[in-house]
Ligand binder design. Structure first.
Ligand code: SAM
Length: 370
């Protein structure tokens, strides 16, 4: 059955023909919306599952009834019953009607319970809260075209970002990404000078410092509270002796003669990425390397109309574009810039060669040489 509606809706010009709604497509789209809304309402419930230790308890102790889980995790049984029902309806937990037990399947545990799993996604749920909170700042910016500074974003965006990216770095940085660069691991083993720019909470810096104790690391970021967190992480992980962190912008960080400069998921956030590239170029040794890790994306919009593009365009609207527009130049490359645009700004900074050294489903790793 087709539903028709008048061809001239309020505020619309006549298109000269009757608008026709295809009922099948309508049902499919409403189904998609139900699924999206279910995902949206899950954000708070997943974060409570994490904060209250429900995933870790289920992972450690196996299938449990609601009273058993409530007792083990020390939470109220009535609230937990609703939470568990939502999770079973979401395919986040399995439910056995015969025993009335809920379980966290191994695959779901990789996402919700295991901190170092390569697909732990809890940081993304934290990020969604920050992006939602940013609406009151980003919405006026849609009108006035202004930016929202990184440090003015709501909730602990910085903690969420650090938590979201850490598993990917933990699994790829030392074993895959650095070895994909030309001769860099040998230099790091001998003892090299490294700058990690836009380092945020410093997990990438700390991972490299742990793996290469003969090298000297300095992390730079223009956000003072991130630098404080990074210093704490370095001390906690026993690398403070050859690692330090300083507040500095990507265009003005001090020091020169670096063997390696790294940018993790930050070049596209910068106001003047070409200016940053020029500064990196002059801070490197003539045979140095610049590693640029950026979100995976194709060059054309139509290449990115997929779940990763969907997530990153959303994050980019709420965080990356406003961050860049709050800075000088305001290039606003966006989180789905694609390799061609990234090459443009890197070569504008004076680099003669750029190649895609390696990639994962979420990231591309570019190597630029002077
Ligand atoms: C998405 S976060 C990534 C942080 C960290 N590299 C990571 O991978 O977890 C982007 C970082 O870039 C930093 N940033 C943005 N523009 C900058 C600039 N012009 N100079 C220095 N840092 C900048 C922000 O403070 C933030 O820490």
């Amino acid at each position: 059955m087709l539903i028709t509606r008048p061809h001239r809706a309020a505020g619309q010009h006549s298109l000269g023909e009757e608008r026709v709604v295809d009922n099948t497509k309508l049902h499919q789209f409403v189904g998609q919306m139900l699924s999206d809304l279910g995902g949206a309402v899950s954000v708070a419930l997943v974060r409570m599952g994490d904060a209250l230790g429900l995933y870790k308890t289920l992972h450690a102790q196996g299938p449990m009834t609601v009273p058993e889980l409530a007792a083990a995790a020390g939470v109220n049984e009535r609230y937990l019953r609703e939470w568990a029902a939502h999770h079973a309806a979401s395919n986040y937990l399995s439910y056995d009607p015969a025993t009335q037990k809920f379980a966290l399947p191994e695959e779901q545990a990789m996402v919700f319970a295991i901190d170092d799993s390569p697909v732990n996604m809890l940081g993304a749920f934290d990020g969604i809260v920050a992006w939602l909170g940013n609406q009151e700042k980003v919405q006026p910016a849609f009108k006035n075209g202004g930016g929202v500074s990184w440090g003015d974003q709501t909730a602990c965006l910085f903690c969420a970002v650090a938590r979201f990216f850490r598993p990917g770095y933990h699994h790829n940085l030392i074993g895959n990404w650095l070895p994909a660069l030309d001769g860099v691991v040998a230099k790091l083993q001998r003892g090299a000078k490294v700058a990690d720019v836009g380092c945020g909470h410093g997990w990438s810096t700390v991972l490299m410092a742990k793996a290469f104790p003969n090298s000297e690391f300095v992390g730079y970021d223009f956000h003072p509270s991130s630098i404080e967190h990074a210093q704490t992480h370095a001390s906690e992980h026993g690398v403070a002796g050859h690692t330090r962190f300083e507040v500095a912008t990507a265009k003005e960080y001090p020091g020169s003669g670096f063997d390696l400069v790294t940018f993790f998921d930050c070049l596209h956030d910068m106001g003047d990425p070409a200016g940053a590239a020029a500064h990196v170029r002059q801070s490197l040794k003539p045979d140095g390397s610049w590693m640029v890790v950026e979100p995976m994306a194709g060059d054309r919009l139509e290449d990115n109309l997929n779940p990763i593009g969907r997530l990153y365009y959303g994050a980019s609207t709420m965080v990356c574009v406003p961050t860049s527009l709050a800075q000088e130049v305001g290039a606003a490359l966006g989180a789905q810039a694609g390799e061609a645009k990234l090459r443009e700004v890197i070569t504008a900074g004076g680099f003669r060669s750029v190649r895609r050294a390696t990639e994962t489903p979420f990231n591309m790793v570019l190597e630029a040489r002077p």
